[in-house]
Design a protein around this ligand. Structure first.
Ligand SMILES: C[S@@+](CC[C@H](N)C(=O)[O-])C[C@H]1O[C@@H](n2cnc3c(N)ncnc32)[C@H](O)[C@@H]1O
Length: 220
């Protein structure tokens, strides 16, 4: 697989490290890093740098991780991270784990990968994560109810859910986003992260960064 990949380097300036993210020349959407993942990763760095969030020893799950950009970044700040995606994406995730595990271990973090198709149960998620990450995963309507089912199953009210999503001009994407917002709003509140607190270099009005907060269950 190694010679079929090319590397995207992601500088994590605050800890003077560089993540090496292998991408594939050919494959489905999970084989490259999307801009929304970079924006999310750099936002994680901002929150860590400004001491707004401590990742040390936190359990983090990334859904639809692709090459694992956001989750691997959280692991560099000391989190224990589980990167999840469809079965066919796991070999690339394993390669990226292997490539970066020394750096991650040096900063006290850990990282594993596991298959999780949205809507299915992953036996390795037998805990409620402190943080769930989701980058650029809202792009086809059939997956949205399943994705929300998974999000609901693995979170509680105090789980931090950070998502990033590129807003694309196509009607398919617009409908998809509209449907996601409608369905997600039944269980989660949307806190849009203003551009002013994002990384000044890696932010973009077309990429929404959102903290989802699970609503309290109503008791009658
Ligand atoms: C546009 S890519 C984003 C990848 C990565 N988060 C990033 O931003 O670089 C969408 C990801 O969602 C994953 N995905 C799509 N449908 C899925 C499903 N039903 N269950 C789990 N993962 C899924 C894909 O395999 C892919 O890795």
């Amino acid at each position: 697989m190694h010679n079929l990949t090319f590397v995207r380097k992601l500088e994590i300036e605050f800890i003077s490290e560089t993540l090496m993210l292998h991408q594939k020349y050919e494959g489905d959407v999970g084989c490259v890093v999307w801009d929304a993942a970079i924006v999310l990763a750099k936002y994680l760095e901002e929150t860590f740098k400004q001491r707004r969030f401590c990742f040390k020893d936190k359990n983090v799950v990334e859904l639809g991780a692709g090459v694992g950009c956001a989750g691997l970044t959280a692991a560099c700040f000391g989190a224990n991270v589980l990167l999840t995606d469809l079965a066919e994406v796991i070999p690339l995730l394993q390669l990226n784990i292997k490539e970066n595990e020394k750096v991650i271990a040096h900063h006290g973090g850990s990282v594993k990968a596991s298959i999780l198709r949205w809507g299915n149960k992953d036996p390795s998620i037998n805990f409620i994560p402190d943080v769930v990450l989701l980058a650029d995963c809202i792009y086809y309507k059939q997956s949205i109810d399943k994705l929300l089912e998974t999000l609901d199953n693995i979170t509680e009210n105090d789980t931090r859910i950070l998502m990033s999503q590129e807003m694309r001009e196509s009607d398919v994407q617009k409908n998809c986003w509209e449907y996601f917002v409608k369905r997600a709003s039944e269980k989660f509140s949307f806190n849009y992260v203003p551009l002013s607190v994002q990384n000044p270099e890696y932010r973009c009005p077309d990429i929404k960064l959102i903290e989802l907060i699970k609503k309290e269950k109503t008791c009658y």
